[in-house]
Design a protein around this ligand. Structure first.
Ligand SMILES: Nc1ncnc2c1ncn2[C@@H]1O[C@H](COP(=O)(O)OP(=O)(O)OP(=O)(O)O)[C@@H](O)[C@H]1O
Length: 226
């Protein structure tokens, strides 16, 4: 079922169904300002949920709630059976989360950062695949330098490199402004990568001020009166 409705704070557009993750009646207030209320949506396998809204609308807050890093959002989030046996928050091994600021340790090299991400996922990945992922995001020759000496766009690429590892357990990407600081070709490459992931049944929940044009994309607008 497709629906679109205005909830007093934001316009919701989407399909309301049992998905891999379903959010019901989310409510968030910060400093006496209601960011969103009665916000409900679901994400299915193969879908890209593009959360849109102006600065300060609560997009990052919403993503942090989805991945279990913030509890300032009231309401219910239920996870599908593929992610969690009891519908509760799955452990972080089941998804990749890319925060608003790239979580790159500046003292570590890109290779070490990527290996650390993989270790947190308890994944067994051959080191050659880590080199390959870094090569794919354009970091060939930079694998062994401290990440703190890289540019903002290169540090973003370090954070993005994990999206090229194809870990079988990871079927959801939660991406907060992933295009920030990327040059034109890197933006195009990431767009293709996100679409390819959705085409293989992966799901993506992302925020971006950058438009995405793919049949799998659904938009969820928050914080804007129509
Ligand atoms: N720790 C905090 N304490 C109090 N208010 C906060 C905190 N973190 C965020 N906020 C407020 O919540 C609101 C939403 O912030 P959030 O970062 O979720 O917005 P956003 O939609 O992601 O914005 P942007 O597009 O600028 O990244 C902002 O007004 C912000 O000031």
């Amino acid at each position: 079922m497709t629906f679109g409705r205005y909830n007093g704070r934001g316009f919701i557009l989407g399909r309301y169904m049992q998905g891999i993750v379903q959010a019901d009646k989310l409510y968030c207030e910060r400093d006496d300002r209601v960011l969103f209320e009665q916000l409900s949506f679901a994400v299915e396998s193969g879908e890209i949920l593009h959360i849109k809204g102006p600065n300060g609308a609560g997009k990052t807050t919403l993503l942090r709630r989805i991945v279990g890093l913030s509890w300032v959002v009231d309401g219910t989030i239920t996870w599908g059976a593929d992610f969690s046996a009891d519908g509760q928050q799955p452990d972080g091994q089941r998804f990749w989360y890319l925060a608003h600021r790239p979580a790159v340790t500046l003292q570590l090299t890109p290779l070490e950062n990527l290996a650390f991400s993989v270790a947190l996922h308890n994944a067994d990945v051959d080191e050659s695949l880590l080199w390959q992922a870094l090569d794919t995001v354009g970091l060939r020759g930079y694998e062994d330098v401290p990440s703190g000496s890289l540019s903002a766009g290169q540090q973003r690429r370090v954070a993005l490199s994990k999206l090229y590892l194809d870990l079988p357990d990871v079927r959801l990407w939660v991406l907060d402004e992933p295009f920030t600081a990327l040059d034109v070709s890197a933006v195009a490459q990431l767009e293709k990568r996100i679409e390819a992931f959705a085409d293989t049944g992966g799901s993506v929940i992302m925020t971006s001020h950058h438009g995405l044009n793919h049949t799998a994309v659904r938009e969820l607008q928050i914080g804007v009166r129509p």
